[in-house]
Unconditional design. Structure first.
Length: 266
C-alpha cells in the first residue's frame, strides 16, 4: 500500500518541530515581538527585550517567524543571532559577537572596549538576538550586565533581544541592573501552552496531510491534555504524536504483510 506509506511519512514530516507559517495560540506574543523590533530597530531607538518561558512554549519559533516576516523591513540593519548554548563560556559571547560583526578579535578588557566603540559609532542599527541567555550567567553577572548596559550607552545603536527559560533571570541575576540602568529591559513572557492550544497545533499540523486523518481527534486531545498537565511543551506534544504515527504505521505494515496471499501465488 504505497498510499498508506506516504501518508505516514507525511504525517511524521509535519509533526517535526519546524517553524510553521503561523504560530497557533501565539498571535499576541508575535505581535508584541514585531512591534518591539519595528519600534526599536526601524525607529533607531536602542533598547532591550527579555523573553522568558519554559522550553517548547514557542519563544524561538515566534522570533524566527517575526524575523522572517520582517526581513525586508530590517534589511537596512545588521542582525546577529547567537545561541549561547554553543558558546564555551559566558565570556565567549564577546569574541563570537566580534567575529559576526567583522571586528578583529581582541583580548581581555580591550575586547569589550572595541565592541563598545563599534556599537556607539555611526552606522546601521545592530539587532543582537541571544538565545538560551541563561547560559551567560556568571560570577558577579558581569557578562549579562555588560550586554544589557550596551543599549544604554550614549549614541548606542544596539537593540538586544535575550531569550531564556528562567522567568526570574532578570529579578535574580539582574536585580542590580534595574538600580543603575536608566531603562530596564522590557519583559515578554510565554506561558505554557494550554490543552486547547496544543490540540489546535496538532490538528493544524496533521491537517496538512491529505486523506483520512492519521490519528483520530480523541487521541490528539488525550495527548494535548497529558502534555499540558505536565509542561505545556509543544515540542513534546509533537514528539508523542510522531511516535503514535510510527506505531500505527508498524501495525498497518504488519497487517499488509500478514494478509493471506491470493491462490496460486507462493
Amino acid at each position: 500500500a504505497p498510499r498508506a506509506g506516504s501518508c505516514y511519512q507525511q504525517a511524521k514530516q509535519v509533526l517535526h518541530a519546524a517553524v510553521p507559517e503561523r504560530l497557533q495560540g501565539r498571535e499576541k506574543e508575535t505581535g508584541q515581538l514585531r512591534q518591539f523590533l519595528l519600534e526599536h530597530v526601524l525607529g533607531r531607538r536602542p533598547g532591550s527585550l527579555y523573553v522568558s518561558g519554559a522550553p517548547g512554549t514557542g519563544k524561538t519559533a515566534c522570533l524566527s517567524r517575526v524575523l522572517l516576516d520582517c526581513k525586508d523591513k530590517l534589511a537596512g540593519s545588521r542582525t546577529v543571532v547567537l545561541n549561547c548554548m554553543a558558546l564555551g563560556s559566558p565570556q565567549s559571547v564577546f569574541p563570537a559577537l566580534a567575529q559576526q560583526l567583522g571586528l578583529p578579535v581582541a583580548t581581555g578588557r580591550e575586547r569589550i572596549r572595541s565592541l563598545e566603540k563599534h556599537l556607539t559609532a555611526q552606522g546601521p542599527m545592530v539587532l543582537l538576538v541571544l538565545d538560551e541567555l541563561d547560559q551567560l550567567e556568571s560570577k558577579g553577572q558581569d557578562v549579562l550586565y555588560t550586554l544589557f548596559e550596551w543599549p544604554q550607552l550614549p549614541s548606542s545603536r544596539l537593540v538586544l533581544v535575550g531569550l531564556a527559560n528562567a522567568l526570574d533571570l532578570t529579578d535574580r541575576s539582574l536585580a542590580r541592573l534595574g538600580a543603575h540602568l536608566s531603562a530596564k529591559p522590557r519583559l515578554l513572557h510565554f506561558p505554557p501552552y494550554t490543552k486547547e492550544q496544543l490540540t489546535l497545533i496538532l490538528q493544524e499540523r496533521l491537517g496538512q496531510v491529505a486523506g483520512d486523518p492519521v490519528l483520530d481527534s480523541a487521541a490528539l486531545q488525550f495527548c494535548a491534555r497529558k502534555v499540558s498537565a505536565v509542561s505545556g511543551d509543544a515540542r513534546k506534544a509533537l514528539d508523542v504524536c510522531r511516535r503514535a504515527v510510527e506505531v500505527v504505521e508498524l501495525e498497518v505494515r504488519g497487517q499488509t504483510l500478514l494478509k493471506p496471499l491470493p491462490r496460486g501465488e507462493s
